[in-house]
Design a protein around this ligand. Structure first.
Ligand SMILES: [Zn+2]
Length: 116
């Protein structure tokens, strides 16, 4: 059994420095095994293919979920931007009751246009 881990910032430091398929793009999993003198790394695509082969996941479902996750993250970012813009434009809305209460608390500073 392997005890795999994701490659960190150090990258795939042991030869052959790539997945067993030859890819070194995206995330690589380090199996920490060197059965033939070279480290066995696995890329996302190979892990996905193996998982699909073993019936654990459907690769298309993962791709769709990742795409949906990105769409939602983009939507959240757009909504956060809209909220920030709305807050920046916001004018204070004051109820009549608040104006009356303010005029009673400080008659000298009575808001303009409010009759006592
Ligand atoms: Zn691969």
């Amino acid at each position: 059994m392997i005890q795999p881990r994701f490659i960190g910032d150090e990258g795939a430091v042991v030869w052959p420095h790539t997945c067993i398929c030859g890819s070194n793009s995206g995330r690589l999993t380090d199996t920490l095994k060197e059965p033939a003198g070279g480290r066995v790394y696995l890329c996302d695509r190979c892990v996905s293919a193996l998982a699909r082969l073993h019936g654990f996941v459907h690769g298309d479902a993962i791709d769709e979920a990742r795409a949906e996750q990105q769409r939602l993250a983009d939507r959240v970012a757009a909504l956060e931007q809209q909220v920030q813009e709305a807050v920046a434009r916001q004018t204070r809305v004051v109820s009549v009751d608040e104006l009356i209460a303010a005029s009673k608390a400080a008659p000298a500073a009575e808001p303009e246009g409010v009759a006592a």
